[in-house]
Write a protein that binds this ligand. Structure first.
Ligand code: SPD
Length: 356
């Protein structure tokens, strides 16, 4: 078999199947993979792989995540589809419940989604008093909305997700996350966040949460300077951004770049992290930034979740986040401190104390 065979994704015979899909076809025609969503002999592996048909060797050569792979045993593939933007896969795993995969990368599993969604939502919202207007960029599965809903001070939750297929798939397969869309404060905008932000009145939001996929494919623009400038413009003075910021073990340079860009744009920039076993290297980071204005003490929540009426139980019990986890999330290992310490003296932050 060579890469020229004409067996397309989703069973059509019109599109040439890329080399990276061949392994799946060799081993399990039933679970024939899309380009990125590789299921081989009943195991899903991320990152996306390529397969040397001659040598029968599988290469894990994804530039975001070179030289390693993580596998989950697949009980059943529940959905495979290709939207205008990306490949979407849902499968039932043997040990993490249902799993949502976009372009071959795990976005969430039922078992550990709590860590990511709770932290990305409550780190910013518990750092300011009485958040009222919140924007979510991405987050089409609804999990972050579910978490924002715990905050009764919030009056408006806008969400801008580019891919309707993610929303539809979540409503069908992940009702415990998609429940977030049922909150009457939620306004859904399906479209490009960059365009959405262009049309957003200046200073509209108290908090913006960027729950994106990795910066390849549709999310590439979301780690660039112009995007952060638009975010800062849409925030009120002393407003906060929480941005998904990858793994400190794997993406130090990307994190440095993001911090560097954000320090040009925001008056304070911090890095926090949490353990999420099914993400690359088992951790995920969050960039927390505030605009010029009232001081935001990210490390010590002024709006502790334990004191918000009904928040601990709203829709479902909190599983991961609490005020101690909040404070602990900002403790950085020595190597990361060293890697990011050179960035402390950026023009906007010089003389304003330790930011990272
Ligand atoms: N490396 C995977 C990062 C995924 C971040 N987005 C997850 C979406 C969950 N709401």
């Amino acid at each position: 078999m060579d890469g020229k065979e004409n067996n397309g994704v989703n069973g059509s015979n019109k599109v040439g199947i890329p080399k990276c899909c061949l392994k799946a076809r060799v081993f399990d025609p039933e679970l024939e993979a899309n380009c990125h969503s590789t299921v081989v002999s009943g195991w899903f592996s991320q990152p996306p792989t390529s397969f040397d048909g001659k040598e029968k060797v599988l290469y894990f050569n994804n530039p975001m995540w070179p030289g390693e792979a993580h596998s989950l045993k697949v009980e059943k593939v529940l959905f495979k589809g290709k939207s205008e933007f990306q490949e979407v896969l849902v499968f039932e795993s043997a040990s993490y419940g249902k799993v949502l995969v976009l372009d071959g990368i795990v976005q969430l599993t039922e078992k550990d989604e709590c860590a990511y969604q709770e932290m990305i939502a409550h780190l910013p919202l518990c750092s300011i008093k009485s958040p009222k207007k919140v924007l979510v960029v991405g987050g089409g599965d609804g999990g972050v909305l579910r978490e924002i809903s715990r905050h009764s001070s919030v009056e408006l939750i806008d969400i801008c997700e580019i891919d309707k297929m993610v929303i539809d798939v979540s409503k069908k397969y992940f009702p415990d996350l998609a429940i977030g869309f049922e909150d009457p404060r939620v306004n859904l905008h399906v479209g490009d966040a960059v365009e959405f932000l262009k049309n957003t009145p200046e200073g509209k939001y108290d908090a913006i949460i960027v729950d994106s996929s990795d910066p390849v494919g549709p999310a590439i623009e979301l780690v660039e300077g112009p995007f952060f400038a638009k975010i800062a413009r849409a925030l009120r003075p002393g407003g906060v951004l929480c941005n998904m910021a990858e793994s400190m073990w794997l993406h130090t340079h990307l994190i440095q770049d993001m911090i560097s860009i954000c320090r040009e744009t925001f008056s304070s920039v911090h890095y926090a992290w949490a353990s999420v076993p099914t993400y690359p290297s088992g951790v995920i980071g969050f960039l927390l930034c505030s605009t010029e204005g009232p001081f935001v003490d990210f490390k010590h929540p002024v709006n502790p979740i334990e004191k918000l009426e009904g928040a601990l139980q709203h829709q479902r019990e909190l599983k991961f986040y609490n005020s101690e986890m909040h404070e602990a999330a900002f403790a950085l290992p020595c190597f990361l401190r060293r890697e990011v310490s050179g960035l402390r003296d950026s023009p906007r932050s010089a003389g304003s104390g330790v930011k990272i």
